[in-house]
Design a protein around this ligand. Structure first.
Ligand code: SF4
Ligand code: SF4
Length: 695
């Protein structure tokens, strides 16, 4: 006889009927909770689902493919959960176990329905049955291991992880579901006496059944019914509680993965038409966020990864990306009830009270918004792609439009507008750094191959000017046909955009795009990762499409082509470390080229004299220098400087040279290093190479 078992074996018909009644009730409670959340999400600006589904099938598939790929890779494959040691593996075990048990239960129900139609349709038997039982038995263990770990971890109350009373219920009920499932299995084995494969395909259940071996069949049957009910009630409780507890991320997480913006460093432009229509810029009430942003708030399970990665939080500033998300989530829930009260106030007193807390001021403080360095670390680490940075930028846009930014950053914005650079220095002095170097300018040499985009720092900042000179020497040495725009170049507007001053950015971008169109610019080389990101990802939104290359990539290419010859002996003494700029390594994935340039200088990890030593946080996991998001133009409490933290990490490697590849990082890390070790120096990779080549 083929191994099998009855789906509701030993369960009386009346209990089966009650089971289905309770299933319907728990699903109804689940659906009601989800419907309530759906109403909260609907408060936001509509996302264009209809546009996604317009056109013929192949067009729809092309549009939906990236979302499905993220769902499979990051949702089912848990790729964004990895990388955090034991908690990651515990989540993968819990998730894997949960998915298999869920799938198994669904298949069992399908089998039961099929059998109800015709006994010949039953497929839960034979080899299928053996594989099914064995798989569920093993994955049940993974599920339990994951639950046990998270319960244990909760007793330790790690600071970055959110804690709610319902978390104990969720994990406790998961554990009880897993354990009671095994006991039900064991008791079934006791009263059913399966033999051979039919028994051994459930190794865990079989082992537990030995504890109950002394039971009579009648006792085992009674105990089986009791534990089966306990197990079922726990499962009903789980289903019903999903929308009301942290489990909501099971639903909102995958939805967010599907709809989230995939690329780091991209902002959605604001148009004048939108402003005229909505009579606002940015977000001033919770309903001004779009629907994807609102359901992303429900996707957050308060894992605290974003907070741990945040440089503002690490230096004691009043910003935690996790708290921003949770505070907005709280406001989203409150806002709807206050709106309903407003629509139908039953008393005059209620009508007065129904305004609720404001978004700006009551929920999110100004200091919180301006603390963000726009480093994208929070976005990169979030397992479900919640994007605190975009939430913050949308809020900043509104504050800027309302004139709420004051101090040095506001002055820089005014200077950008008036002089085309944040220092407010004369346009006529933009190319002064290049005097005596005979640098070709585009208007005199329009036949160039590469436009060297110097940027404001490279043009006006004395320290960064030395980097520009090093780049020019290297380009000339390699006989590159290049030109600069000189006084025709203006600030890219990157800082303005990240600060929230969208229309100033657009004005600067359009001016630069028009200038570059005049010279038919195709390829741009820049030493500034902020300019690179803006030219690469912001400018195409306004018609500026270019090949944008960072100087590390270009120098790597020149070295590989032999146009820059690797020297025999190194001039760079001692240990060197390299700091990855956020907008280069994390946001644009450029992390190997700078290392190749440094390695080409004769450095290699096995050399004691010239050693490239990595900091613990490197490449895409790099830690910000503190200058991004317009923070470059703000005063910072000397005791809370991000650059001090990063410089200490750099110096802890034992390095006497800290290499960078960004003018903002050059300023910040130089400050941080100077305050801690005056014998160490900070150099751009172009300077390291030029020094080695004795240029
Ligand atoms: S936003 Fe993402 S990373 Fe931050 S706590 Fe929520 S789920 Fe975790
Ligand atoms: S972008 Fe960086 S500074 Fe801003 S909230 Fe995220 S991690 Fe913190």
């Amino acid at each position: 006889m083929k191994p099998t078992r009855e789906t509701f074996g030993n369960i009386p018909h009346s209990s089966v009927v009650l089971f289905y009644v309770l299933t319907v009730i728990s699903v109804a409670v689940f659906a009601y909770g989800l419907w309530r959340r759906f109403h909260l999400w609907r408060q936001g600006v509509p996302i264009h689902v209809r546009e996604l589904l317009a056109g013929n099938l192949s067009k729809i598939i092309i549009r939906l493919k990236p979302g499905f790929r993220r769902l499979v890779r990051e949702g089912l494959g848990q790729t964004r959960v990895k990388g955090r040691g034991l908690p990651s593996w515990a989540h993968i075990a819990l998730f894997g176990g949960f998915m298999i048990l869920f799938l198994g239960t669904t298949l069992l129900e399908i089998d039961h329905l099929a059998e109800g139609i015709s006994p010949s349709l039953k497929f839960h038997k034979g080899i299928y049955y053996v594989i099914y039982e064995f798989t569920l038995d093993i994955f049940g263990l993974l599920f339990l291991a994951g639950c046990a770990y998270f319960l244990f971890r909760r007793t330790r109350r790690p600071a970055s992880v959110g804690h709610r009373a319902t978390d104990w219920y969720v994990l406790g009920s998961f554990l009880a579901i897993g354990v009671s499932g095994y006991v039900v299995e064991a008791l079934r084995i006791v009263w059913q006496h399966p033999t051979g494969l039919a028994a051994h395909c459930s190794p865990v259940g079989l082992s537990i059944s030995e504890w109950f071996a002394s039971m009579t069949e009648t006792t085992a049957r009674s105990a089986h019914r009791i534990i089966w009910w306990l197990h079922s009630v726990l499962v009903f409780g789980f289903i019903a509680s999903v929308p009301y507890t942290r489990l909501l991320h099971i639903i909102a997480g995958p939805i967010n993965l599907f709809f989230a913006r995939a690329q780091l460093g991209v902002l959605v432009p604001v148009t004048m038409e939108e402003v005229e229509k909505s009579e606002r810029i940015g977000v001033s009430t919770i309903e001004h966020f779009d629907q994807q942003q609102l359901f992303s708030l429900d996707a957050c399970m308060e894992c605290g990864r974003c907070e741990e990665a945040c440089p503002a939080f690490a230096t004691g500033k009043p910003l935690s990306p996790k708290k921003v998300v949770q505070d907005l989530k709280g406001l989203m829930t409150l806002a709807l009830s206050h709106r309903k009260l407003n629509e139908k106030p039953s008393t005059i007193a209620e009508a007065g009270k129904s305004r609720g807390p404001a978004l700006h001021g009551d929920t999110i403080q100004m200091e919180t918004l301006w603390s963000c360095t726009a480093c994208s670390a929070c976005v990169r680490v979030c397992p479900v792609r919640v994007d605190p940075l975009t939430l913050i930028t949308d809020l900043r846009r509104n504050r800027i439009a309302e004139g709420a930014l004051t101090g040095t950053a506001a002055t820089s914005l005014r200077r950008m507008q008036a002089s085309g650079n944040p220092w407010g220095l004369p346009i006529a002095e933009r190319a002064k750094w290049a005097e005596q170097l005979n640098v070709p300018e585009a208007k005199e040499h329009p036949q160039f191959d590469v436009l060297y985009w110097v940027g404001c720092a490279g043009s006006y900042d004395r320290r960064a000017q030395r980097v520009s000179r090093a780049v020019v020497k290297l380009l000339k040495h390699a006989r590159v046909n290049f030109a600069i725009l000189g006084r025709e170049e203006k600030c890219t507007g990157e800082s303005a955009r990240r600060l929230g001053e969208e229309f100033l950015f657009q004005e600067l971008a359009q001016t630069n795009i028009a200038t570059m169109a005049k010279y038919n610019v195709r390829t741009i080389l820049t030493q500034c990762p902020h300019c690179l990101n803006s030219l690469l990802k912001d400018y195409p939104q306004f018609g500026g499409n270019y090949e944008v290359i960072h100087h590390s990539q270009y120098l790597e290419r020149l070295l590989a082509e032999g146009r820059l010859k690797e020297p025999r002996e190194s001039r760079t003494n001692g240990v060197i470390t390299y700091h990855d700029p956020c907008y280069l390594a994390r946001v644009n994935g450029i992390d190997q080229a700078p290392r190749s340039v440094l390695t080409a200088t004769g450095l290699n990890p096995s050399s004691f004299a010239h050693e490239l030593r990595e900091m613990p946080r490197n490449r895409e996991k790099t830690f910000c220098c503190g200058a991004g998001g317009g923070r470059m133009w703000m005063e910072e409490d000397p005791k809370k400087r991000v650059c001090s933290l990063r410089s200490a990490e750099a110096l802890a490697t034992g390095a006497k040279t800290v290499a960078v590849s960004c003018p903002f990082c050059l300023t910040m890390i130089s400050d941080g290093v100077a305050s801690q070790d005056d014998s160490a120096r900070v150099l751009d990779i172009a300077e390291v190479l030029a020094e080695r080549l004795q240029l």
